[in-house]
Design a protein around this ligand. Structure first.
Ligand code: PEP
Length: 233
């Protein structure tokens, strides 16, 4: 099985750089989902990858100045959306209730959510990792039954820091997520995200517990991204 690769471009690039990025991905990757800033979504649609968004708003339309709804995202061809990224949870104060509303709205608008979960450094140091992840998952899936989901395990302390958990630590959490989702009877693919780069992706991609990667910084250079994808194949 090919690994799923999600490129989270975050709040980077001017228009020229965005178009350049799109043109640089000059081979077809049917396992690559590129998530640009909203303003470049249409400019960056390509036959060579799938287009995704970094977020979306849970109400379809109305007086919500500055927001972009999943309904609108669907209308321009967005197929996937990152939901509950830790930067939104921690810097923009999204709680599990908002994350769930977004998750449901995303599905209602035929967009596949990629749900991010993960613990802070303090939670890990206090041995709370598994408890926090269970809580984040149950707050969405306990009373909401669906068939197939994609979850990205992203330890907050590993995002953009060049520090990663060991493979054994990642596998422990992924196995735990699998167990929770099995209890809930939901088939799940689990990605890992947090400082994945050209040097560590080979080791991580050999693991059967890791179905793919959510990549931030290392995805900003399209040539580097293509090299990384090839390493996982
Ligand atoms: C991310 O944005 O989800 C991420 C994992 O970033 P980075 O790869 O830079 O750690």
């Amino acid at each position: 099985m090919k690994k799923i690769i999600v490129a989270n471009l975050k709040m980077n690039f001017g228009l020229d750089e965005a178009i350049n990025y799109k043109n640089s991905i000059n081979e077809k990757f049917d396992n690559l989902i590129v998530c640009p800033p909203y303003i470049y979504l249409r400019d960056m649609i390509s036959d060579n990858y799938i287009i995704g968004s970094q977020d979306g708003y849970y109400i379809d339309k109305g007086a919500y100045t500055g927001e972009i709804s999943f309904n609108q995202l669907n209308s321009i061809g967005v197929k996937y959306s990152i939901i509950g990224h830790s930067e939104r949870r921690h810097k923009l104060f999204e709680d599990n209730k908002i994350v769930k509303d977004k998750y449901v709205a995303c599905l209602n608008n035929n967009i596949t959510p990629i749900l991010c979960v993960g613990e802070t450094l303090e939670e890990r140091q206090n041995n709370k990792t598994l408890e926090i992840i269970r809580f984040q998952l149950e707050s969405i899936f306990k009373d909401y039954k669906i068939e197939n989901v994609i979850i990205a395990y992203e330890p907050v302390w590993a995002i953009g820091t060049n520090v990663t958990p060991t493979l054994i630590e990642i596998e422990e959490v992924h196995q735990n997520i699998k167990n929770i989702m099995n209890e809930l009877n939901i088939e799940t693919k689990i990605l890992y995200g947090g400082s994945v780069n050209i040097n560590n992706i080979e080791t991580f991609s050999k693991s059967n517990y890791i179905d793919g990667f959510l990549i931030g910084s290392a995805s900003l250079d399209p040539n580097n991204l293509m090299k990384m994808i090839k390493i996982t194949m």
